[in-house]
Design a protein around this ligand. Structure first.
Ligand code: FES
Ligand code: FES
Length: 221
């Protein structure tokens, strides 16, 4: 089974979280080890670069064939190789959520995963949410509720909110869900804030972000 596909297993969310963490740890190790080795004086300058890999990505419903250094993160593949700069690089360490994209419908920090790990996967970035001139309901709600100031976190917030609402609809619990056997059928402010806690807004537009998400979810604001 594809790890990103929703499934009915009771521990599906837990498995996916672990997978994401493991994936992130792998990417982080691969991208930081050379620098760490250099700092320790252990790097061999003559060591050959790893051979490039071919990756087929379906991004915003368009096929893209890339030949990449296997250490290329998905975020760098999007920004540096495909000029899809809507996904932002904030911390590059999985701490801010500015780089959030959707892979097969599930949200992921694109700075913490390697592009080569997503051969054949369907990726949605902020550029793929609108339909022509018609904004995605979350995009429209962010505008209506003034859910951004500088806008740096906004694409990640919106992609994360799309994924979060889908997770909620599938009945996935969060850290603040009191009864894990009966996840809430309706979100509340605490659930929204907890589920969006991986997305940092340095401008602290949080009240307006919550209001925008509530509107897009059909809740009273
Ligand atoms: S840039 Fe990926 S989490 Fe901050
Ligand atoms: S709007 Fe500036 S960081 Fe969120």
């Amino acid at each position: 089974m594809d790890e990103h596909e929703p499934n009915a297993e009771p521990n599906a969310f837990e498995v996916t979280r672990r997978t994401v963490i493991e994936t992130g740890a792998t990417a982080l190790l691969l991208t930081t080890l050379p620098r760490a080795a250099l700092a320790a004086g252990e790097a061999d300058d003559n060591e050959p670069l790893p051979p490039p890999v071919k990756v087929e990505l379906q991004i915003n419903a368009q096929p893209h064939s890339l030949t990449l250094d296997p250490r290329t993160t998905l975020l760098d593949a999007l920004r540096e190789h495909l000029a899809l700069t809507g996904s932002k690089k904030g911390c590059d360490h999985g701490q801010c959520g500015a780089c959030t994209v959707l892979i097969d419908g599930r949200r992921i920090n694109s700075c913490l995963t390697l592009a080569a790990m997503h051969d054949g996967h369907s990726i949605t970035t902020i550029e793929g949410l609108a339909r022509g001139d018609d904004l995605h309901p979350l995009q429209a709600a962010f505008v209506e509720h003034d859910g951004f100031q500088c806008g740096y976190c906004t694409s990640g917030q919106i992609c994360s909110a799309v994924g979060m609402l889908a997770e909620s609809r599938l009945g996935m619990p969060s850290y603040v869900t009191e009864d894990l056997t009966h996840p809430p059928t309706e979100l509340n402010d605490a659930e929204i804030r907890e589920r969006m806690s991986g997305n940092i807004c340095r401008c602290a537009a949080y009240p307006n972000i919550v209001a925008a998400i509530k509107q897009a979810a059909g809740m009273p604001t």
